[in-house]
Ligand binder design. Sequence first.
Ligand code: LLP
Length: 394
Amino acid sequence: MSRKLFIYDGSDLTFSSLKLKDQVESYQNPVWIYKKEVITERIDWIQSWKGLGRLHYAIKANFHPEILKIMKDKNCGIDAVSLGEMKQAIKYGFVPQDIIFSGVAKSEAELTWAVENEIYQINVENQSELKKLIKITEKLNKKVNLGLRVNPEVDAGTHPGIATALKDSKFGLGFSDAIEALGMIQGQKNLILKSISFHIGSQIMNVNVFEKAIQTVKPFYAEARKNHPQLDRLDLGGGLGIDYHDADSDVDHSRWKQLEAIYTKELKDFGAFLLLEVGRFLVARSCVLISRVEVIKKTPSKNFLMLDAGMSLLMRPSLYEAFHQVLPLEKKSGAVESYTVVGPICESSDVLVSDFQFPMIEEGDLVAICDVGAYGASMSSNYNLREPALEIFI
Ligand code: LLP
């Protein structure tokens, strides 16, 4: 089955049935346009999994208040990686018990805030963090619920820039270090091991690697429970990917269903409360970045299409050679040509996509850069002091 998110209605580009040109009649600067339904539908897919304990939203993917409002209305928790993200969640209606705090290099101030506010779970990633927590909980005379982030050492088959569970990763604890960490926790009355956690990377397309990871982590969980009877949560992380070459909701849905089947097969009778920390899969498809063709430049061997949106707004292509489709809002008839699409930033690496085929396109035309709801606006900067782009929610 197929349900495409981008369809031309005659010559006009529609995004999830929304005619995009109607949204940008008085275009001045790049603008992010979000369709909220795309997000709610995906939350519903995941929350309909019967085995799920709670879906936590990885707020780093996009921290816009409108998105947080959707997550709150749908009773999602939050997965945060900094004090700033935790405070953003609280500001938009979440309570500390909604928050899992992950991240590799948590500061004393961040940990103190998390302990004082009695958040749901701190995912510990190294022993230094445990030492800090021992001091902080003693000083405040408070207990804290911990997740231990272990590294299943599976190759998630994703871009090295977003893989996190390889042996020499800065993230998580290898199994032998994790065993030491269990020992450290055991003697501490204020540290309560509630969860074993893992997150093997992002933009994972081959769901079988999740199965491998679970199979590796399950025996460790069983072992850990022997001395930590309060351990009753398994945090499965996030990481499910989308096909950036083809925005098709049915295909996305069936990828989720494949993963759900793996979770069910591996964990049906496991007995733990199952947590997810999903970012991209929930929000990536919900947004397009509208941009204008400012300049077309032809050199003897290359055609450049220069847009008014570049790496300061959308960093993913420059950082990970990530691909995003670029579709003209109006399809004009004429010969198809190949272009390298670049942004306006004074950096040679400000390339959105190389050798992309366009139907007839001219200076002044508007294009949609697709699937930018995750790690788009949240990673943007004001480099070159360009105007920030508005975010519109429909
Ligand atoms: N949990 C933890 C501990 C994480 O580090 C991440 C993402 C997630 C959950 C959510 O992963 P997701 O479901 O979104 O794949 N900026 C990169 C992605 C970085 C992901 C970082 N960690 C990109 O644009 O592709």
